[in-house]
Design a protein around this ligand. Sequence first.
Ligand code: GLN
Ligand code: ZN
Length: 761
Amino acid sequence: MASHIVGYPRMGPKRELKFALESFWDGKSSAEELQKVAADLRSSIWKQMADAGIKYIPSNTFSYYDQVLDTTAMLGAVPTRYNWNGGEIGFNTYFSMARGNASVPAMEMTKWFDTNYHFIVPELGPDVKFSYASHKAVTEYKEAKSLGVDTVPVLIGPVTYLLLSKPAKGVEKTFPLLSLLDKILPIYKEVIAELKVAGASWIQFDEPTLVMDLDSHQLKAFTKAYVELESSLSGLNVLVETYFADVPADAFKTLTALKGVTAFGFDLIRGTKTLDLIKGGLPSGKYLFAGVVDGRNIWANDLDASLITLKSLEGIVGNEKLVVSTSCSLLHTAVDLVNETKLDTEIKSWLAFAAQKVVEVNALAKALAGQKDEAFFSANAAAQASRKNSPRVTNEAVQKAAAALRGSDHRRATNVSARLDAQQKKLNLPILPTTTIGSFPQTIELRRVRREYKAKKISEEEYVKAIKEEISKVVKLQEELDIDVLVHGEPERNDMVEYFGEQLSGFAFTANGWVQSYGSRCVKPPIIYGDVSRPNPMTIFWSTAAQTMTQRPMKGMLTGPVTILNWSFVRNDQPRFETCYQIALAIKDEVEDLEKAGITVIQIDEAALREGLPLRKAEHAFYLDWAVHSFRITNVGVQDTTQIHTHMCYSNFNDIIHSIIDMDADVITIENSRSDEKLLSVFREGVKYGAGIGPGVYDIHSPRIPSTEEIADRINKMLAVLETNILWVNPDCGLKTRKYAEVKPALQNMVAAAKLLRTEL
Ligand code: GLN
Ligand code: ZN
């Protein structure tokens, strides 16, 4: 009985790769130093898996930036603007594509399926001249081999690669990406041939797009690709790995009909129907790689339950052809629990990070082979039981309150136009009211204050004084700038989810539970382990303090339930919507306390609502329904005169506009830096809805300071499609990552533009 790992985190247990990359980018260390850190990480990962007893150990899942970019490099598909002259692609060209350079911006980045990992989107058109330009897959295979580890080299499959690409500039609408199959397959063949020569006996193609809604044309391309590769693959065992959902029935049929493919990998955690498909028929003689250990979460596997699943699969494919695996690459989980010295032992016993998951996979494989590690299994069973029965997990009052929410709709009684009228009487705002999204620049000094308070190096008194001073500065600045609806600037927050998680019960935090988000960037999601409740108010103190500093309305600033959910590791012992409803109730309490404390404008950020959208269309409606419902729950109880804002960090709304409207917020501010027209046409449809809309008038992701004319021009474009009385003027996101030297003039110009247009209307 064999074991397999789909892929492994690259950053290292203490983010070694991050620091090595950043130091190299800053010119503080050499390419050789970076390569050394990377090689050490790879070798320790391979050894760790080999020592654990894993049979099929992946190689080429390491990356200096991103595995899709690595594939672009392999295929030599470098956009011409990077002036690459052929030959093997080096750091210069590679990192220019990833991050841009002094003269050329980076390639576009987007989310990898429904994860928080971002990949570099290939830009392909008829002019791309493909060539075998990065031998990384072969080099890494050989590197592992020289360390005594025979690995399974992993490539992103040709169909997934093309389907994740975008047509290059100039051919945006017309270019059929799949027509490039004929051009890229020869390079795949070269790679395969070299891998064979190097001694590889297995190869893994990651084809996660197979879990999406593919049409018959796309599925045909899939068949075509693997039929075309068949002869070059002969002599190799070929694994096609899928993940993140089950493979739809037609795709399952297409996939399993491929003759040249000898093994199929399926996600049995998210692939809720996969088991039935497999039971319905897998061609005999093929390997089944059963992803029973969750690569997207941090929970210890329920080994007994997995063993039952595996045994039933064994009955179908036979003992020799069943391989125990992870549901997807472990890239999406934290690295090693060993470094969590501060987490309490009970919670720790419920968890497994990548390093522990490797051990779990192997323990399951051994158990299937009749060598069950009884001690390991019974410790696991005890941990499962402790998690199930722990009073820290269950709060009956919360369970009841959340259950009672179902069936009801939770809508504010008055419609949005009438509410806006009532609010305007109280707020008396000018047309084109100006506001910001919440955070102001986080200075080094500010971070120091928070850090020292956390470390108990400064007293609570000193901390409160420092934060209040910061708020007062931010308030004064906004008054000087003559902004209409103010914010307190969020100086007390390190992160918009962590801040709330730390004050809610049911959340735990790790010291090193980092997950790669893009390039060297990592996030450290909180862990939601139990029923969520709000023991104490979370923002009232700071918001009311801020309100006393000004006569103007001060926005209360909260993170919404869906965003808290989507940016955390969520418990897997109840449906996600259940947890979301619980968070919604906690935020509801906070909203009502803010209102009672005299705060009349409350913003509830749902920055991550869209990214929770399931991969398959058939599942969208269900998700959107409970997500939007959760949002409404938070503010259903407020008076008409209390103005509820929400903010979203993306503008790709086309498919979810009705859900956005269904959130029934009074004002929506959104990111708008990239796709003005598309977004506005979406909102034109929604105009009859009548809520206030603030499409960001400038991009805060760049240090560039927009001029008054430029902003006025943008507002004018919006006014051409939106009614004057619903338009708000604001930047497109929080200002946290910017410097005051950028923020001040930019906001000055923004207010000037709004004032200019007010006189013209
Ligand atoms: N209120 C938050 C801020 O301004 C919103 C951040 C976000 O949308 N990502 O920082
Ligand atoms: Zn935002």
